[in-house]
Design a protein around this ligand. Structure first.
Ligand code: LLP
Length: 401
């Protein structure tokens, strides 16, 4: 089982961060990111591989620069992610482009930029690209069940992503000369904790490459490595991945690309929040905190579990931990046994480094939290808190007077 960093971090650092920058506050432990990168590299040793960081998980440029400094590329899904990758120092040949439904203007942008590879999602996208030059990989939908939450499964035939093998064959046969087919891409889902779905997907890719005698430069197997949100060892079993999945991957005899998001940054993030009210009804107790579904939507959207820890408290209580948004779904934990906090006490929501801030919103005109990074010695403010003026940024003068 992978040990959690909270066991190692001095809790006082969370108090210090809250005092200095206010709450709610996203806090990232840089040493944990470093440790996770090392874990990935150790798992993949022996394989010819390259890692790309899936920026949709977290696109803070300071963190991107930090991750880039370990020789990791960027996996982008929009022109703005691409521009943010460039802002953080990634060069075009360190960037892969994903995403379905690329617009004509997106496609022209990528043709001008010439990234390492554009993963083409459909036959229709090939038609849209027309005569523009591009290095492409075909995104294959292998129709494999990743056994994860239905909202984050991407490789089943009912999902909107990628093309089936038959369509890929047709595309390859009629590929225009301006398109350089350099690879195949396959990402079957996120927060995958079982090894079998990976094996099934990789094996079908392997048969396809063999049967079609494809001459490629790489295979991109996407991301999806699950992490342990419960502290009970529920993440991906790296030893099994190493022993079973790598066998198939090395048989391609090609560089293998990985687009990992959650596994690299998920466990490095904490949402620091403060208790604003303790409310008791005849039916149950509610601990209300100043973070909400606007800051972290995963529990409301996917019923996702995130550990919540109150740093001090004398007795224990059972409560729902909820935010301040006008929606009943704005609850981080239901009927949870916690240290009974007092108003003003600090709570930590764990494992929010991936798909936390990047999915936050201004719902209820919430202002997005600040973000800090901790390097083991110092706290570094890497994004300031939003304020009311930020909410007015896009409003025309005449409408506001
Ligand atoms: N590559 C592609 C093409 C993807 O679509 C994704 C994630 C990744 C890589 C990175 O997957 P990861 O290694 O992070 O699992 N918002 C959801 C997750 C959506 C993932 C979408 N695609 C959540 O909060 O669980």
């Amino acid at each position: 089982m992978l040990k959690k960093r909270t066991d190692i971090l001095d809790k006082n650092i969370f108090y210090e961060a809250a005092k200095k920058y206010g709450t709610p506050l996203y806090f990232y432990d840089l040493n944990e990111i470093k440790r996770r990168i090392k874990l990935v590299e150790d798992t993949l040793k022996g394989l010819n591989f390259k890692i790309f960081f899936a920026m949709k998980a977290n696109s803070n440029p300071y963190l991107l620069k930090f991750i880039h400094s370990y020789g990791i590329g960027a996996d982008t899904v929009s022109v703005n992610e691409y521009k943010m990758a460039q802002f953080a120092g990634f060069l075009p040949d360190e960037i892969v482009v994903n995403g379905n439904g690329k617009s004509m203007s997106d496609i022209s942008f990528y043709a001008r930029e010439n990234p390492l590879c554009v993963n083409v999602d459909s036959y229709e996208e090939i038609e849209k690209i027309g005569s523009l030059p591009m290095h492409i990989a075909l995104r294959i939908n292998p129709n494999v069940d990743p056994k994860t939450h239905p909202h984050i499964s991407t490789g089943l035939r009912e999902n909107k992503f990628g093309m089936d093998f038959e369509t890929a064959k047709t595309v390859i046969k009629s590929l225009p000369a301006n398109l350089n087919l350099v690879g195949l891409h396959c990402h079957i889902g996120s927060q995958i904790t079982e090894i079998e779905p990976f094996i099934e997907a990789f094996s079908s890719l392997k048969s396809f490459v063999r049967e079609e005698r494809l001459d490629l430069e790489f295979i991109n197997v996407g991301g999806g490595w699950g992490i342990d949100y419960t502290d009970k060892g529920e993440g991906i079993n790296l030893a099994r991945y190493e022993n079973e999945a790598l066998q198939i991957l090395s048989s391609f005899d090609l560089p293998i690309y990985f687009e990992l998001g959650r596994f690299i940054i998920g466990s490095a993030g904490y949402l620091i929040t403060e208790v604003t009210e303790i409310k008791s009804t005849p039916h149950k107790n509610f601990v209300i905190v100043d973070a909400s579904m606007a800051d972290l939507i995963r529990p409301a959207l996917y019923d996702a579990h995130h550990e919540i820890e109150f740093l001090s408290g004398k007795s224990e209580m059972i409560a729902d931990v909820a935010g301040r948004i006008c929606e009943s779904g704005d609850v981080f934990a239901h009927g949870k046994k916690i240290k009974a906090p007092e108003i003003g006490e600090i709570g930590l929501i764990h494992d929010v480094g991936a798909y936390g801030y990047s999915m936050s919103s201004n719902y209820n005109l919430s202002t997005r939290p600040a973000e800090v990074a901790f390097n083991g010695d110092d706290l570094i403010l890497i994004r300031r808190r939003e304020n009311f003026e930020d909410l007015l940024r896009f409003i025309e003068e005449e409408q506001s007077s």
